[in-house]
Design a protein around this ligand. Sequence first.
Ligand SMILES: NC(=O)C1=CN([C@@H]2O[C@H](COP(=O)(O)OP(=O)(O)OC[C@H]3O[C@@H](n4cnc5c(N)ncnc54)[C@H](O)[C@@H]3O)[C@@H](O)[C@H]2O)C=CC1
Ligand SMILES: O=C(O)C1=N[C@H](C(=O)O)C[C@H](O)C1
Length: 250
Amino acid sequence: MTDPVPVAVLGARGRMGQEVCRTVEAAQDLTLVAAVDIGDELSSVADAGPLVVIDFTHPDVVMDNLRFVIEHGIHAVVGTTGFTAQRLDVVRGWLAAAPDVGVIVAPNFGIGAILSMRFAELAAPHFESVEIVELHHPDKADAPSGTAAATAHRIAAARAAADSPPIPDATTTELAGARGADIDGIRVHAVRARGLVAHQEIILGAEGETLTIRHDSLNRSSFMPGVVLATRQVAAHPGLTVGIDSLLGL
Ligand SMILES: NC(=O)C1=CN([C@@H]2O[C@H](COP(=O)(O)OP(=O)(O)OC[C@H]3O[C@@H](n4cnc5c(N)ncnc54)[C@H](O)[C@@H]3O)[C@@H](O)[C@H]2O)C=CC1
Ligand SMILES: O=C(O)C1=N[C@H](C(=O)O)C[C@H](O)C1
């Protein structure tokens, strides 16, 4: 039997971090060697000798964490949101100097959420209208969610590739924000309410019909199979991988 993969978790006291620590401890082929949160020195991560770091922290700190991890030759699985195209390019730059290191950044590790993004991408060119509504717990720092932003980018790319016409919208008078955020021409609406975890609807409309693609993460265990899959595979995927679609054969 091979030795378990040593794993460090950043953001270990957070909602996701606690769930990830429990999951790593329960997996026979993984072992938790460091559980780090705000106030702990990043050097303690390197000292613990992980093969893989899992980051669920905050958009404001994740880039510093990632630079440290890559510079120390450690693979990274990153669930923290806030990754723009520019940020991803910066990560690619760091990885150019560390060609053996693998980094997987995914805005959502839930298998159903990943499939729903794929379904939306497939459906979007076939409908005149499409809007996204994401719904989350009120303790979430970022709006819209990373998942909603990624979904909007993918829908917009699919529509552009299919030469879809602009989405109809006769609004000429608007209270600021009433039509949501505009991401690549796709309207995204963010709801925050106690009791919710993580949910998303993609509403597609055509003459005489609508299609709603809805995904619900009812608790944070929904993200764990994807996190574990990425943790097991990241060392075999040097460079930057965005999303885990390719690991799932999508
Ligand atoms: N990719 C995915 O599937 C998912 C991604 N997320 C994302 O994960 C991130 C964290 O979400 P939650 O766990 O709900 O937030 P949270 O606020 O409960 O946890 C974040 C933790 O990070 C810690 N932290 C902050 N700065 C740090 C630093 N410099 N070093 C180490 N720890 C630090 C905080 O003290 C806190 O304990 C968010 O960006 C969220 O959008 C959340 C759920 C699923
Ligand atoms: O903060 C959360 O909770 C979540 N964040 C991710 C996002 O912003 O897309 C993933 C999921 O929606 C839960």
